[in-house]
Design a protein around this ligand. Structure first.
Ligand code: G
Ligand code: MN
Length: 408
């Protein structure tokens, strides 16, 4: 039976250690960060999991001491790790730790003393604690966020007001709770919840990490759904610092194309096109000199700044060199040129008859873009499921899909 006195004594004797669990990028097939997880390592050689002592730490009012200890240990470890493939390193906090500015001050001082870049740290906060805290907490966390640290909502899916919390806090990423991940293959409902959480993070333009991934089937489901980061026993258990550093390769490292991101691009395009057509139809009926004609209720015009444009430059770049990818990129650029022209003509007072041919080209180019994205998707699915053999490029053949002549 652990008591609060045991925990205080353990803190005094420096019996708590940080273990590090790698985070893995499914888009790049490489480690892309890690999470620091506290373990109690008493002299008898046992290792006590946080579930056995953190609730008591919290209820006995020892959380501020524990967090100060963890942050001090973290910076000792960061000094050993230096710039590393295990960055960004995230660490767990409770929101109430930020009631006064002691902890944030300690973090700023630790970064200065060890030369740790703010971008190589992420603060994880469980939603449960984020819900009930004061404006001072949010102010302290904002200061850290503004300095460049990441802010991660831990255990997403456990609470009940996550969406509201997400809109109020400057989160850069969410962690899908491991229970949700472990149940997602048991029912269509659970699968739908996970898929829509992934889509939501995409729409909010924040990261998402799936926790507790243990099987290849879970991994593949997540890749297909567009999740690009995971952590879990499939890649690695949490490791003591020395073991982490010694670890060369995290096997098995399933390699697959980031096929879920192609699906995201398909949906992104469908949304972009609908907004463009709705904008045109909305304004085409207005008098040519209506002030409404200057409205900016159209989708992003800059082809590098829309969701697909950013995908081409980031994760999508792993597909550069594929002819189908290049075709899709050209169609995407043409679409934006047509969109810009539509907006210009609307501003000049054009009516529906005058822009009808442009709506026709928008439709045609849209089909070309979708055609090449669907081909890419089939190609990606084949890299996962066709016994590791990539399908031929331009893979209309994989599913007997007819491609518009312009795309092939
Ligand atoms: O929610 P939080 O990030 O604090 O949870 C991390 C905890 O989950 C750690 O204690 C870690 O040891 C454990 N954990 C990490 N990966 C897995 C996994 O794949 N399966 C299970 N069952 N537990 C895991
Ligand atoms: Mn966590």
């Amino acid at each position: 039976m652990i008591t609060a006195q045991d925990i205080e004594a353990g803190l005094g004797a420096r019996q708590f250690q940080l273990y590090y669990q790698p985070k893995f990028s499914m888009a790049h097939g490489e480690v892309c960060g890690s999470e620091a997880l506290v373990r109690w390592c008493p002299p008898d050689g046992s290792v006590i999991e946080p579930g056995a002592f953190l609730p008591l730490t919290h209820s006995a009012g020892l959380s501020p001491r524990m967090s100060a200890y963890i942050v001090a240990r973290l910076f000792e470890d960061m000094a050993v790790l230096g710039p590393t493939r295990f960055a960004p390193v995230s660490f767990n906090t409770v929101a109430t730790d930020f009631e006064d500015d002691a902890l944030s001050g300690q973090i700023f001082a630790g970064m200065a003393a060890t030369g740790t870049a703010p971008a190589s740290l992420e603060i994880e906060i469980t939603e449960h604690h984020a819900l009930s805290c004061s404006p001072r907490v949010l102010a302290n966390i904002r200061r850290l966020r503004e300095a460049g640290l990441g802010l991660v909502m831990d255990d997403y899916g456990l609470g009940y007001s996550s969406v509201d919390t997400l809109s109020k806090w400057p989160f850069t990423s969410i962690k899908l709770d491991q229970g949700l991940v472990q149940r997602m293959l048991n029912s269509d409902k659970n699968a739908g919840i996970v898929r829509s959480a992934i889509r939501m993070a995409h729409e909010l333009d924040i990261g998402l990490v799936a926790e507790g991934v243990e099987t290849a089937a879970q991994y593949h489901f997540l890749v297909e759904a567009g999740c690009m980061k995971m952590q879990g026993y499939l890649i690695s258990r949490p490791l003591a610092l020395a073991a982490l550093i010694a670890h060369e390769r995290f096997a098995p490292c399933p390699v697959s194309m980031a096929v879920g991101l192609v699906q995201m691009a398909i949906v992104d395009h469908i949304q972009w096109r609908r907004k463009m057509v709705a904008y045109t139809l909305r304004h085409a009926g207005e008098p040519a000199d209506s002030p409404q004609r200057a409205a900016t209720d159209f989708p992003t015009l800059n082809c590098d700044k829309c969701q697909i444009g950013r995908w081409y430059r980031n994760e999508g770049a792993t597909l550069a060199g594929s002819p189908t990818f290049a075709l899709s990129e050209r169609a995407h650029r043409r679409l934006h040129a047509i969109g810009a022209e539509l907006v210009e003509r609307m501003g000049q007072g054009a009516d529906l008859e005058q822009v009808r041919p442009m709506l026709g080209s928008l439709q045609q180019t849209s089909l070309e873009l979708l055609g090449s994205l669907l081909s890419l998707e089939d190609h990606g699915l084949a890299t996962i499921y066709a016994s590791g053999k990539p399908a031929p490029e331009g893979a209309a053949r994989v599913c007997g899909l007819e491609m518009p002549a312009a795309v092939m």
